[in-house]
Write a protein that binds this ligand. Structure first.
Ligand code: ADP
Ligand code: MG
Length: 241
């Protein structure tokens, strides 16, 4: 579904992503893990087109994602939902309006149709009763569940998550992970940057380990956790467990 070929991204002198290649297939749940500053967010943002790549290419279903081919690129990007660490909800809009806005502006759905879809997904994440609330009236976990519902309203073929639980208090992490687990069970293709090693081990089917912009190791998640091959992955795991 997604193929990343030799992608590199610099910020000034920093080589944030350095020649990374990977493939994500339909139904995969892939976790990107690695130390802070290893390039996980940059890689995810390059896949989604939030950053342009300096070198290499990203393909979706065999077709190049090319920013110069504007209409097609927009369509390709719209097939991916993105969930941010800090939710990025519109603070001055209700939960329902947060979920309908892009449906109406980007997908040109009628308000009626957009609301129907929004209510369906708000129900799925357990927040139907919050539809008229504003983001600042919600807990962090609730905000993140709204952000997930909002992304799902666009009917993406895959979902990208950048540390979706890192800004949450411990008791709220679980409710968000449960929503993500459910999504996975329903067959959603997902790429998840996370420090939640339980999720990476038990929910993801594959783990990619990054260090200093390099994809150092990748493998079946259970195998990665029981028997990491590289010294850097061993060292990382010894610090997080
Ligand atoms: P991670 O998500 O694994 O913590 P990042 O992808 O955020 O890592 O960052 C990788 C490297 O790129 C870091 O050295 C970071 O400081 C740098 N970097 C990321 N984004 C920017 C940016 N917009 N401008 C300058 N440097 C950046
Ligand atoms: Mg990051």
């Amino acid at each position: 579904m997604i193929k990343v070929e030799h992608v590199s991204k610099h910020f000034g002198g920093v080589h944030a992503v350095n020649g990374v290649s990977l493939e994500v297939n339909k139904g995969d749940i892939v976790c990107l893990i690695g130390p802070s500053g290893s390039g996980k967010s940059t890689l995810l943002r390059c896949i989604h087109g939030l950053e342009t790549v300096d070198d290499g290419a990203v393909y979706m279903d065999g077709e190049l994602m090319d920013p110069a081919d504007k209409a097609k690129y927009r369509e390709q990007r719209n097939r991916m939902g993105f969930v941010f660490q800090h939710f990025n909800l519109f603070p001055n809009k209700t939960v329902l309006d947060n979920c309908t806005l892009a449906q109406m502006t980007v997908l040109k759905r009628s308000r009626e149709e957009a609301e129907k879809t929004a209510l369906e997904y708000l129900d799925k994440v357990g927040l139907l009763d919050k539809k008229d609330s504003y983001p600042n009236q919600l807990s962090g976990g609730q905000k993140q569940r709204v952000a997930i519902a909002r992304a799902l309203c666009m009917n993406p073929d895959m979902m990208l998550f950048d540390e979706p639980t890192s800004a949450l208090d411990p008791e709220m992490i679980k409710e968000v992970l449960e929503v993500m687990k459910d999504l996975g069970r329903q067959g959603m293709t997902m790429i998840v940057v996370t420090h939640e090693m339980g999720f990476a081990r038990h929910v993801a089917n594959r783990v990619l380990f990054l260090d200093q912009g390099h994809l150092v190791e990748e493998g079946d998640s259970e195998a990665f956790f029981t028997n990491p091959k590289s010294e850097r992955a061993k060292d990382f795991l010894s610090k997080v467990f």
